[in-house]
Design a protein around this ligand. Structure first.
Ligand SMILES: NC(=O)c1ccc[n+]([C@@H]2O[C@H](COP(=O)([O-])OP(=O)(O)OC[C@H]3O[C@@H](n4cnc5c(N)ncnc54)[C@H](OP(=O)(O)O)[C@@H]3O)[C@@H](O)[C@H]2O)c1
Length: 404
């Protein structure tokens, strides 16, 4: 067990304080939901430290306004805006397809909370899970090559103390069986975001990509529009600049170099708790569990693969699907065919055949069948054809019989 990570910063630190003296010149950052609340302050501080920042927003006009405000406050034009609707996988795919540069920092910040009624995306996914997790999952996987190309990239999952309200319920992600509950749905999505950081680090740390998750604290923003505003006692509330402090710590502070797969709050690693504390501090064990993280990645990959086109997010600037395929899929190469029904061609990947993992269990049977056809059945048929003479007329016809 390693010691929890601490920093000189804490509850009241601001994002600007955390980045004081940090030079991000030449670094590129994407911040989802950067047009409002904590996202704006995250963008402001990263840009003030020299980073080129892209606000990935669903309301482009609001994004342009935020970019102009930031430019005025830092005295430099380092913030641009691109359209991204995380609840729409086609929009995510387009954002990824349009991205063609190395990416040093990805802050998965956008979020919605406690939609009063059950809402679903076009795929039928529960809306908070779809926006807060599935959109960010597809974005992160889609930007993998750009992150790897940065030669040391950070991914930040803006989670929440909401993680303490629900694990990811793998058997009913979209409330098809259990009654919909606005906070349980939010909690599930925030546990999922924390797990994304764990699995990104496990998979990609070798490529210099590290991811961590965080709870920003209690900040009065548009997030609470469905819950009647922020009810946290005043002394435990933060300003948006303070709320962005842990985000920028994970995104850009040298104090966190090489650290990944962890969950922070108040600029320090949070304790892992086995029951929900009265002050909602800490992270539930299930939200940082490596087994859950690996399973979620596989489940999310399958959800995306099965939607509409059945294609995976594309690499930046490439006509091919991302090579980082879901872990449940094997690339068998070649162009053969076997295992009817669940066989799936991977987008436009020519001549490639993907078999699902459960089909791989049948591989010995399929190979035996092929061998039997090649060495037993085929020679028999061939002998029969040869016996029928040069014309290739089957025996029964040579002997004057007519086929029925
Ligand atoms: N504020 C808190 O107390 C608190 C506590 C814990 C965790 N958090 C987390 O902190 C993050 C930022 O929240 P905030 O407090 O800054 O809330 P906010 O002011 O409401 O900002 C959320 C941002 O996410 C964007 N967004 C929502 N749905 C989107 C979609 N489908 N596609 C793209 N963008 C979308 C929003 O865009 P629109 O402006 O177009 O709606 C908005 O810019 C969230 O992940 C939230 O869960 C906040």
């Amino acid at each position: 067990m390693t010691e929890p990570i601490t920093t000189p910063f804490g509850f009241a630190s601001t994002a600007d304080e955390v980045l004081a003296g940090v030079d991000l010149t030449g670094k590129r950052a994407v911040i989802t939901g950067g047009a409002a609340g904590i996202g704006v302050e995250t963008a402001r501080s990263l840009a003030a430290a020299g980073a080129d920042v892209v606000l990935a927003v669903r309301r482009v006009a609001a994004g342009e306004q935020a970019a102009a405000d930031i430019a005025a406050s830092i005295g430099a034009q380092r913030v641009t805006v691109r359209a991204l609707d995380l609840a729409d996988q086609d929009s995510v795919r387009q954002f990824v397809a349009d991205w063609d540069q190395p990416l040093h920092i990805l802050v998965n910040n956008a979020g919605i909370m406690a939609l009063p009624e059950l809402e679903r995306t076009a795929e039928g996914w529960e809306m908070q899970f779809a926006t807060n997790f599935m959109g960010h999952f597809a974005l992160t996987v889609g930007l993998h090559d750009a992150l790897a190309a940065a030669g040391g990239a950070r991914v930040v999952s803006v989670s929440s103390s909401g993680n303490l309200f629900s694990p990811v319920i793998f058997d009913d992600l979209h409330f098809a069986f259990r009654p919909y509950d606005p906070l349980l749905a939010y909690g599930q999505s925030k546990s999922a975001e924390a797990l994304l950081a764990v699995e990104v680090t496990r998979r990609w740390a070798g490529e210099g990509i590290h991811a961590n998750a965080l709870n920003p604290g209690a900040i009065a923003t548009g997030l609470q529009k469905h819950t009647g505003g922020l009810r946290t006692p005043k002394e435990r509330q933060k300003t948006p600049q303070q709320g962005a402090a842990t985000s920028v710590l994970l995104a850009a502070s040298p104090l966190l170099d090489g650290v990944g797969g962890r969950y922070f709050e108040d600029c320090a690693e949070a304790p892992i708790v086995s029951e929900r504390p009265a002050d909602y501090s800490g992270v539930a064990g299930y939200a940082v569990d490596p087994g859950n993280a690996e399973r979620l990645w596989s489940v999310a990959s399958d959800l995306i693969a099965r939607r509409g086109t059945g294609r995976l997010p594309r690499r930046p600037g490439s006509a091919e699907p991302a090579q980082d395929r879901p872990s449940g899929w094997y690339d068998w190469g070649g162009g053969g065919s076997c295992g009817r029904g669940r066989m799936a061609m991977a987008g436009r990947l020519p001549g490639r055949l993907l078999l699902r993992r459960e089909d791989s269990d049948r591989a010995p049977l399929i190979v035996a069948l092929l061998l039997w056809v090649m060495f037993d059945a085929m020679p028999g048929l061939w002998r029969s054809v040869r016996r029928s003479g040069e014309s290739g007329v089957p025996d029964q016809l040579r002997h004057g019989q007519r086929p029925r």
